[in-house]
Ligand binder design. Sequence first.
Ligand SMILES: Cc1ncc(COP(=O)(O)O)c(C=O)c1O
Length: 461
Amino acid sequence: MNMHVGDNDISHVVEADKAHVWHHLTQHKKFDAADPLIIVEGKGLHVWNQAGRKHLDAVSGGVWTVNVGYGRESIANAVRDQLVKMNFFGGTMGTIPGALFAERLIEKMPGMSRVYYSNSGSEANEKTFKIVRQISHNVYGGKKSKILYRQRDYHGTTITCLSAGGQDERKGQYGPFTPDFVEVPHCLEYRSQWGEVDDYGIRAANAIEDVILREGPDTVGALCLEPVTAGGGVITPPEGYWPRVREICDKYNILLLIDEVVCGMGRTGTWFGYQNYGIEPDMVTMAKGVASGYAAISCTVTTEKVFNMFKENPDDPMSYFRDISTFGGCTAGPAAAMANMDILEQENLLENTVKMGEYLMEGLEGLKAKHQIIGDVRGKGLFCGAELVADRETKEPVPESVTQAIVAECFKADAVVIGATNRSLAGLNNTLCLSPALICTKDHIDEIVTSIDGAIARVTA
Ligand SMILES: Cc1ncc(COP(=O)(O)O)c(C=O)c1O
């Protein structure tokens, strides 16, 4: 429709959205009777919708992405300047921001060496799976092709990423899946699979070794894990887990792939989530917070040892990494990522994340002391969750409808946007998720915690 959209009336935008946009993760029947929400503007931690209502965003763009907050002119300017100078060239060539961001990134990741650019978290993870499969062909004569993933983890939306997905509801109806992906047990002590054990972290890591021995170590090429499980219920790793995981991978010559799509770029108070646990990975993927959503960029980062396996045999025309991502050559991504990193450094946002993360956890502990429905609170930095139960003794999870009612109540009553595990794990979509931008203050956190307090009181009344 050829129509001028006035500054104060965006009703046509709503009509166009309703008529033509297929929203993510959304059952559209509700839009027969209601309008979709259009987010029009953002500044700091706040966004405004089409009706002019101001919301406090406690989940950084809904999906833990806008780490430095909305309305950052320095990032927009860096992208604009770069686009005017040189917007794109396919990744067989280099670009100035591509080279310079890779250098800065590797400075933050001791032990890592090479950066491969693409556009989404899913795509970055697909690259690691292709690398593992090609190493299997080139180095192990077809052995070591299996990739282990963990129950409750998520690694993306493509069929192969779903094959590595530990969330039954996300996978449901999308099979058949890519073969040779094998699940290992989750590491959530609150829902221990082995009853009360003294050293749950070691026990959960050893359960990975059990799977490796069952499958045969010479069939397993890699283990792919989130540092802190995000959408699967904000699962912080138990004491001792990560060092033991690294030990097991070394023992059986298995590559450790760490999916930092959510935790990367400061979310947990360190540059990368794994850096909280004193280990070094073989490959790391990242996306969301890399440019805080100001441009689409993802990175697959490897050690020089992994990289060299694709370089050592130039006489074999099939031995190099024969992969391309067209938009991995967009310069907007690394230009935005550098400006994003400037903000994280200049505003000391890692320190703020640690401090505000502790304050948020105190707030959640306070809510747990007050409300029986909160069975467990977990978090690292500014990625925190509260697991809701119908009964604290039995730990029976609340139905997803109750979790969603609390999210909806925060939204309706206080215009506070919080998140929750949703349609991920049958019977276990019961964790409220909080991941405010890393610039948040005590006032923002007070507002979020107060809103959840009131919402729980009303929903459980
Ligand atoms: C841990 C993790 N890995 C990968 C992905 C996939 O990222 P993308 O949606 O950018 O493909 C997500 C998305 O939420 C995620 O949470």
